[in-house]
Write a protein that binds this ligand. Sequence first.
Ligand SMILES: Cc1ncc(COP(=O)(O)O)c(C=O)c1O
Length: 365
Amino acid sequence: MTESEGIERFIQPHLQGITGYSASTSPDTLKGKIDVPMDKIIKMNANENPYGCSPKVMKALSRANNLNIYPDDGQMELRKIIAGYAGVAPQFVVCGHGSNTLIDFLVRLFVGPGDEVINAVPTFDLYRLSTLIAGGNLVNTSRDDKFNINLDAMLAAITPRTKMIFLATPNNPTGNLTPREQILALIKTGLPVVIDEAYYEFSGETVMPLTHEYKNLIVLRTFSKWAGLAGLRVGYGVFPAAIAAALMATKIPHNVSVAAEIAVRESLDDLPSLQGKIKALIVERSRLFSELQSINYLKAFPSKANFIFCNVLKGSASDLHQQLQKKGVLVRYFETPLLKNSIRISIGKPDQTDTLMKALRQIEP
Ligand SMILES: Cc1ncc(COP(=O)(O)O)c(C=O)c1O
């Protein structure tokens, strides 16, 4: 059978050759490729929590005797306890297997072929991918040299085909916030506005209270970063009632595992200790930022998230990433038309910062 007769011809034309999301390197894939033992690898490439999850989660999971049954598809308990944490009523909350999947469910709900989605780049790549999968057109507006959004350009991009606006604040990978007045201006367009607060616990700034007032505002959050549950995959959103109901009807059944359900319950039961770790990471973020000032080939940008974005001023980001990887330090690098020659470093524990800084000082680009 020739290639043109192969099964791939059944893939929808708009999905043929689509560029997927580029996920961070997993340490397992480096086994035998670098001289550093696996347990010494410092993972600063995916904004995970280096302190791990609450010990209460581990304990409860080791005792769980209900892993053989499906989770409650209606997410009753989960929605109730998350609602308490978010300060909203349970009927507005919907949970997902990571907030990633909620982004995708939302796009499925709002966007059809030819519809438009407004984005502020550089930003989290999933808004692009989900839009393209749905057959939508992504309308990118550029951020400025400090990565502030161009509000006028975003408003001017609205057409009768615009179906939603995405905005991450703090933004990934740049770490900066968008001021509330600008978010309000987007909300006042009346379009569905998705404010992605995946890093809220590290910024302390939220527009969640505005969900009581504006019926086109959606706020997404995750347990991956602050609660150290990235591996268990659980996120949530706060939606207008009609949208929450539509998502509950159209989501994939049982989309949050029993294990994730347990982990959320135990995490919310152990808030003071998790908040202590958040504080430690915020302190470490300031220390790393000031330490990075001494590296003359990097320009670090201030951050309100659990990572710091840096332009690479000398040499290439991919070489720097390779050299750090050889020393067992994993960072994320970007060399794309939207993000030229830059790296993103997730905040680690103090000794991890020390190892990273030592490696950066040894490298001469
Ligand atoms: C801005 C933003 N939104 C959403 C997510 C998805 O998080 P998760 O699917 O782990 O909940 C991430 C993860 O990196 C992110 O950076």
